[in-house]
Design a protein around this ligand. Structure first.
Ligand code: PLP
Length: 396
């Protein structure tokens, strides 16, 4: 699928419900939790899934959002959730793991996912292994562990490592493991995990899909069979997204490709300018040739290298990191990503807060690590702000 196609899908997919003769260009927000039918036969058929009848079962705005995300992911189907964490939990639970089963997750991923999977594994008697997915021996380790389920993050949070999803997917297939990829950082515009061999493509829709920090959401995309299992579980568990959140997320998706193009362009510019400054010990951006996964990124990412940049402030610990955040004049020290405005975060105290110090150390997340979600402001203004704050933070 070409970039042009993704752009067209982003604008049109999921814009129309079936039935009816006229179609609003902007979909309505369907707030009613319940619908009724004039005939009992119609109600009967609706309750069997033939129509909307109760919004925990199915809801028009959610269905439109799911159609759009499925199209962007190149998936047969998609299931939307109230948050990215609800999506990650649903995929874990859909594996029906037994005591003694092995699960593999990234050593350097999102700290909250790590804690969630630790708790779910402990409860189920499952043995959880943390593997650095970008190590050359990661596929061999997966083969040796023979897990039932593997979660990868691509691109990883916060170090922006880019695993070779194709070889991980092969190892999972040989081991008989279901393979899920949290692709929140590149968004489906920057990477389509299913085409690279994943069984589940997970997004925190709160981030780039929404793009404006105004709705929580999560999505899982994949085959009809796998999504039917998730849908049945969601009907019982009720982790559904509300209609307004689904509507806002779909509205965000309409501009995903144009936003991502600018975010990627700006991030590359900012990364290059920071890489030229002695204030930073290391600058991480998958589109810089100095990045350890530059070659892999060229193969598995499309349409640019993403809107995230990370760096280590030279000679900084936590106090200097905090001073850096307070010295920002344009960017906001907000612990999220993917807004139109630049958001900056001290990784060890925010996204990796729920990891133990040992886990952070093993993952390579130092106290000097700062993560930036590069916004749509002028990229030189963003770089200037980061440079002046680094100078103030480290040498006050
Ligand atoms: C934010 C995030 C999540 C969690 O998503 P929520 O929508 O906040 O629940 C999961 N994975 C990654 C990589 C994230 O950045």
């Amino acid at each position: 699928m070409s970039g042009t196609k993704q752009k067209t899908l982003a604008v049109h997919a999921g814009s129309r419900l079936s039935g009816g003769r006229s179609h609003p260009v902007v979909p309505a927000i369907h707030v009613s939790t319940v619908s009724y039918c004039d005939s009992s036969d119609d109600l009967d058929s609706a309750l069997d899934g033939g129509d909307f009848v109760y919004s925990r079962i199915s809801q028009p705005n959610t269905v439109m959002l799911e159609e759009a995300v499925a199209a962007l992911e190149g998936a047969e189907a998609c299931v939307a959730y109230a948050s990215g964490m609800a999506a990650l939990k649903a995929v874990f639970e859909a594996q029906h793991l037994q005591p003694g089963d092995a699960v593999v997750m990234p050593a350097d991923g999102y700290g909250v996912s790590r804690l969630l999977y630790k708790q779910l594994s402990a409860r189920a008697g499952v043995v959880l292994h943390a593997v650095a997915m970008t190590d050359p021996d990661a596929p061999a380790r997966i083969a040796a562990l023979r897990p039932r389920f593997v979660l990868a993050e691509s691109v990883t949070n916060p170090l922006l490592r880019v695993p070779d999803l194709r070889s991980l997917a092969r190892a999972c297939k040989e081991a008989g493991a279901a393979f899920a990829v949290d692709g929140t950082f590149p968004s489906p515009y920057g990477q389509r995990a299913l085409a690279l061999g994943a069984d589940y493509a997970i997004q925190s829709a709160t981030k780039w899909l929404n793009g404006h920090s105004d709705a929580l959401g999560g999505t899982v995309s994949g085959s009809k069979e796998r999504m039917a299992v998730l849908r049945s579980a969601r009907l019982l568990g009720g982790e559904v997204q509300g209609p307004f959140e689904a509507w806002l997320t779909l509205r965000g998706i309409r501009t995903l490709p144009v936003r991502m193009r600018a975010h990627c362009e700006h991030a590359l510019h900012v990364a290059r300018r920071l890489a030229d400054s002695p204030l930073f010990e290391r600058v991480f951006y998958p589109g810089l040739p100095s990045h350890p996964d530059f070659a892999v990124a060229q193969q598995v990412l499309e349409n640019g290298s993403g809107g995230m940049v990370a760096f280590e402030l030279r000679g900084a610990g936590r106090p200097e990191g905090y001073r850096f955040l307070e010295a920002l004049r344009l960017a906001k020290p907000g612990p999220s990503l993917a807004d139109v405005c630049t958001l900056v975060m001290h990784a060890a105290s925010a996204s990796a807060r729920r990891m133990t110090p040992e886990e952070r150390e093993a993952a390579g997340i130092r106290e000097s690590l700062i993560r930036v979600s590069v916004g749509l402001e002028d990229p030189d203004d963003i770089a200037d702000d980061l440079l002046q704050a680094a100078a103030k933070g480290v040498h006050p």
